[in-house]
Design a protein around this ligand. Structure first.
Ligand SMILES: [Zn+2]
Length: 190
């Protein structure tokens, strides 16, 4: 029950703070401060009509709700878990966030920028990295895939295109807004 309340549109942690799921850490912080300021306990009583909360139109947001929302969303690990549950919940209740069937957008590795990390000291450690800006929170190069990720974390699958390599896909997460992308790429045997 409590879980449901935290997940429902309008009472989830993001709505409490007046934020989208794409909000940045900074936005969360600012929203928290301004909500706290505008949600003084005295004001709540006035808003609720002075009674014991039998409000029909809009349930007033409590300071506790704001604090709970901020505690969860300001902690990247907790936010991640919450996001997952929220997405899952909305899917169950037909409130899809509007991406592909499993909720993940599909991109090609071609959409990533390739970078070679240059550790001057150790040439054997030279590694290719693929980076991409986040389409959701617009963070710069917040998606990062390494050679290692591609070689070990990819899942092989059949695709219709008759290319010589084996098609793989790997999921990668934005480091700042927790958006997941499904990345397709090919690997070729030497
Ligand atoms: Zn992002």
């Amino acid at each position: 029950m409590a879980e449901e309340v935290l997940m429902n549109l309008g009472t989830d942690h993001y709505s409490i703070l007046g934020l989208q799921m794409t909000a940045t850490t900074q936005e969360i912080k600012e929203a928290y401060r301004s909500k706290l300021l505008s949600t003084h306990p005295d004001k709540l009583i006035l808003k609720g009509g002075g009674g014991d909360g039998n409000t029909h139109s809009k349930v007033p947001i409590t300071v506790l709700q704001i604090k709970t929302a901020y505690e969860v969303l300001s902690n990247p690990e907790n936010r991640l878990k919450y996001d997952d549950r929220l997405v899952e919940f909305r899917k169950l209740h037909g409130l899809s966030s509007g991406s592909s069937s499993d909720g993940l957008d599909i991109v090609s590795l071609d959409d990533f920028k390739q970078q070679v990390s240059d550790d001057d000291d150790d040439e054997s450690e030279e590694e290719c990295v693929w980076v991409k800006d986040c389409p959701r929170c617009v963070s710069k190069e917040s998606f990062v895939l390494t050679d290692h990720d591609l070689e070990t974390n990819g899942t092989a699958y059949d695709d219709d295109q008759d290319l010589e390599g084996q098609a793989y896909e790997v999921v990668v997460q934005c480091s700042s807004c927790s958006l997941w992308l499904r990345v397709k790429y090919y690997m070729f045997d030497d």
